[in-house]
Design a protein around this ligand. Sequence first.
Ligand SMILES: [Zn+2]
Length: 117
Amino acid sequence: MIIWGWGKVTKKIIGAVFERTCSHCNSSEIWNLCIVRTWFTLFFIPIIPYRKKYCIACPRCGSYMELTEEEFEQIKIDITSGDDNINKDHASDRMKYGGKTETQINYLKQMEEYKNK
Ligand SMILES: [Zn+2]
């Protein structure tokens, strides 16, 4: 017998957004940006997400406000860029030049700059 369903809902939290007073539980909390997916399940295992909602949610009571995809992308950029840009640059350099020494990396960067001129 195949057991399937449509109802499984998962919430993926992307990050904290801003403080907001919740109209449900009346508390001021930092709300979370999240993606809510509704899944098609087979034997209780989520297989295909068939509905996707973007929202910001109250961390206390879980009530949420739906966003459009554009709003979501904008907020996501705002919270994932931000003040640790330098570290991010560094991390992406490390990915790109994985396993190389600082000197080699500097050399490669100079070569790239040279090529771009
Ligand atoms: Zn709330």
